[in-house]
Design a binder for this molecule. Structure first.
Ligand code: NAI
Length: 457
């Protein structure tokens, strides 16, 4: 006899989405969480960082107001004020989420759980059994061997979110998503930022044209970056840190922010002991998110792939529906939208040009890069960038890549285009609102369909 239909270990995006959907389907659910429901995304990730980035945008608006004929002055950044705004957003969402969990009649169990049998989780001495168990224990900020994150001079993103001051200077290790987002926000607040990235370009997981545009704009903004330069060592000094990078160059700063990726939280919680197949700490699943152990599923950042909250939500819902017998359609990872919220924003879905050429053959792929210079609303906002389409010759659009202020908000249409396998002509015949930035997506498709309006063929 099981206590529950579903026992979920971890109350982050993947875990709580699974709990809510399972409960909607009439299943009995226990959700086990050692900290706060909402996990990394709500408390230490997506939500607080985007609030920080919005405060940074407000600072930029004040600083750049004269360009628009408005006389204003940026008198300074009150970090306490920024933090209370940010924490207020998180608190409100947290209360809302707690209310949802309660209303869904999910049994919320506070405590640290451990898998002690394939269908049993032990929480502080109590054994909770489920017909199904969902592992959703999330991720942590990684560091590199020999680099000790002390939370004071050498910090991770969770510490950076709690700083009570604007650092005078910072070295950011890693030019991936977290690295460029903090670089962007801190620079807007007045920090002198240097990014150190081992790979040849910033946001290296994105299409190469996106990296180029971000680098161009960062250069213009005065954000320094060193690409192709692995980190070597850090020394603590009275004033902060001295960072040495490949080639022996040193950089002095008040802080070193380590943003070299996130690792799965899977150690010491019984997964290996129960025979769950793992690879480098990640839990392996099939496309139905089943592990090799019957009745045990995994969702979110512990499953190899993109570590994104909305992927976690989708996987959580998928597993609940799988358990509920709805036979849901497996998730296409390439169809999951990606947005990096630095200034300029980067938004993409589907395949990069490089991946598409690998997959379809170079001669089967055509691309179009629509410059935001031709887009009225982008000119009003004074932003630069593009909408790049990657299409199959006589076939669908298989990649959309965008850079520019606010382009993250354009990803909705782009993801429908990719996921509904639209041809350029399908999108070209739809009338797009003028003047919007969204119109740039329409114009890019007009151009790829061979009938450009405010662009060249
Ligand atoms: P990441 O994998 O995006 O970037 C880490 C970067 O550090 C890589 O470019 C890597 O080459 C570099 N690196 C690693 N070792 C290095 C070394 N020794 N020297 C120099 N550079 C080195 O990981 P990141 O930025 O820490 O983000 C973690 C996760 O959080 C990502 O999976 C990301 O998707 C997610 N996230 C998503 C956000 C969003 O969707 N907007 C925002 C923030 C995080």
């Amino acid at each position: 006899m099981s206590d529950y239909d579903v026992v979920i270990l971890g109350g982050g995006s993947g875990g709580y989405a699974c709990a809510l959907r399972a409960s909607q389907l009439g299943l009995s659910v226990a959700l086990i969480e050692k900290d706060k429901v909402g996990g990394t995304c709500l408390h230490r990730g997506c939500i607080p960082t985007k609030a920080l980035l919005h405060a940074a945008e407000v600072a930029d608006s004040a600083r750049e107001s004269e360009q628009f004929g408005v006389i204003a002055e940026l008198a300074g950044i009150d970090m306490n004020g920024v933090n209370s705004y940010k924490d207020g957003v998180v608190d409100k969402l947290y209360k809302g989420l707690q209310g949802l969990i309660k209303a869904a009649k999910v049994d919320y169990i506070e405590g640290t759980g451990k898998l002690v049998a394939p269908t049993t989780v032990e929480v502080d001495g109590r054994r909770v059994t489920g017909k199904n168990v969902v592992l959703a224990t999330g991720s942590y900020s990684k560091t590199i061997p020999g680099l000790d994150v002390d939370g004071v001079k050498v910090i991770a993103s969770e510490h950076a979110l709690r700083l009570d001051r604007v650092p005078k200077s910072a070295v950011i290790l890693g030019g991936g998503v977290i690295g460029v987002e903090f670089a962007s926000a801190w620079h807007s607040f007045g920090t002198e930022v240097t990014i150190v990235e081992a790979l040849p370009r910033l946001v290296a997981a994105e299409d190469a044209d996106c990296s180029k545009q971000v680098e161009r704009t960062f250069r213009k903004r005065g954000i320094k970056f060193k690409t192709g330069k692995p980190f070597e060592s850090v020394k603590h000094t009275d004033a902060g840190v001295t960072v040495t990078i490949a080639g022996g160059e040193t950089i002095e700063a008040e802080l070193l922010l380590v943003a070299v990726g996130r690792g799965p939280v899977t150690q010491g919680i019984g997964y290996e002991e129960q025979g769950v197949a793992m690879d480098r700490g990640f839990v392996l699943t099939d496309e139905r998110l089943r592990t090799n152990v019957a009745g045990v599923f995994a969702v979110g950042d512990i499953v190899p792939g993109m570590q994104l909250a909305h992927r976690g939500f989708a996987q959580g819902i998928f597993v609940a529906e799988e358990i509920g017998g709805l036979n849901p359609k497996p998730i296409d990872e390439a169809g999951i939208p990606r947005v990096t919220y630095c200034e300029p924003e980067v938004a993409s879905v589907g395949l990069t040009e490089e991946k598409a050429k690998e997959q379809y053959g170079a001669d089967k792929i055509k691309t179009y890069n629509y410059n935001l210079g031709g887009n009225g609303k982008s000119q009003i906002l004074k932003t630069q960038g593009f909408v790049k389409l990657v299409g199959v010759v006589d076939g669908p659009v298989v990649g959309v890549h965008m850079v520019g202020s606010r382009v993250g908000e354009l990803i909705g249409e782009a993801q429908l285009i990719y996921n509904w396998e639209a041809f350029p002509s399908d999108v070209a015949q739809l009338v797009h609102m003028h003047p919007t930035q969204n119109e740039a997506l329409g114009e890019a498709h007009l151009a790829l369909a061979g009938k450009p309006l405010h662009a060249h063929a």
